[in-house]
Design a protein around this ligand. Structure first.
Ligand SMILES: NC(=O)C[C@H](N)C(=O)O
Length: 326
């Protein structure tokens, strides 16, 4: 059997960190050669290619980084150089990069993100096992056509469904509403189900238009929206609204102002599960918001809806409304 070629792209995060000898705090330590050395021996019929994109903690990963990583992988896939790809990433923003790649790359080739919750110096460092499982998933024929995947703690989750749920737990990545797609059990990749999500491809060349998130709470005003729509590069605002998708009436004039200025306003919920819908007819309720032109993001979280809206407003000749419920 011919060797499968799996590309590992390192971007940073705790998986590439150790404890600082003076402060004992986690800092970047560029341990990728140790990781690869230990892991390479485990595989037969898998050739590992490696590339260090960056050594950043994931709060430092920008939209431009996501685009660069996406272009890099797209290029390798289109030139037939790889059969699968694993990206190591900090866990704080892993779900955002994963979802970005899910929309940006229209490929059936498995693209898998992984990371770790403990650093290289800590007892119980989970980087080795997570990387090992991620490679197994990316090389498995059953992983084709499932969109971008996230593998940590031996669970396989879909980028669109998964979120970081716990600040320190090794089992932090959960698809809270649907459960994992599958597991890695003693190096065997087992799928339980497909992801039901309908994938839409958006591949902009540049990201010049910006999208911000406004969290809605009891006592929210329209001031943040008023401020944002004065910024020249703003093309979208995601509202992380209440419950089914409702906002205080005092915010409505600012939302109308934003829409009249051509800024796309997308509705999500601050509830961790469930869809937004136009169920409520009162002022600021979902039905009222739909009538004034607010777009609905289904069950996407605010951070994922922001990624989708950012990709849509940066694509030439794309009707943003086609990518959201309206
Ligand atoms: N576990 C981690 O990777 C968290 C780290 N703060 C990061 O996202 O870079």
């Amino acid at each position: 059997m011919e060797n499968k070629k799996i590309l590992i792209v390192f971007t940073g995060g705790t998986i590439s960190m150790s404890s600082d000898s003076q402060t004992s705090k986690s800092v970047i330590s560029s341990n990728e050669s140790d990781l690869i050395l230990k892991i390479r021996k485990r595989f037969q019929n898998i050739e590992l290619l490696t590339l260090v994109y960056s050594m950043k903690p994931s709060p430092s990963i920008t939209s431009v980084d996501m685009l660069e990583i996406g272009k890099l992988i797209k290029d390798k896939i289109e030139s037939d150089q790889i059969d699968g790809c694993v990206i190591t990433h900090g866990t704080d923003t892993l779900e955002e990069t994963a979802f970005f790649l899910d929309i940006f790359l229209s490929t059936r080739i498995p693209v898998v993100l992984t990371g770790s919750m403990r650093n290289f110096s800590e007892l119980g460092y989970d980087g080795f096992s997570n990387l090992l499982s991620a490679i197994l998933v990316s090389a498995n024929p059953q992983s084709y056509g499932r969109g971008t995947l996230v593998v940590l703690n031996d669970e396989i989750n879909a980028a669109v469904e998964v979120t970081k749920t716990h600040t320190v737990s090794l089992g932090t990545f959960k698809s809270m509403e649907f459960g994992p797609l599958g597991i890695v059990d003693e190096q065997e990749v087992i799928y339980y189900r497909d992801s039901s999500y309908h994938r839409q491809n958006l591949s902009p060349v540049l990201l010049t238009s910006e999208v911000e998130i406004v969290k809605v709470y009891s006592g929210s005003s329209g001031h943040l929206i008023d401020y944002l729509i004065k910024q020249p590069t703003i093309k979208g605002i995601v509202l992380e609204a209440m419950g089914r998708g409702n906002i205080p009436p005092i915010m409505v004039p600012s939302v109308i102002k934003a829409i009249n200025r051509g800024v796309k306003v997308v509705l999500t919920s601050r509830c961790p599960m469930g869809r937004v819908r136009d169920s409520y007819g009162y002022e600021g309720g979902g039905h009222h918001l739909k009538q004034i032109g607010v777009l609905f993001a289904g069950d996407l979280s605010s951070v994922k809806a922001r990624i989708k809206l950012m990709l849509a407003v940066n694509c030439a000749n794309v009707n943003v409304e086609d990518y959201f419920e309206h």
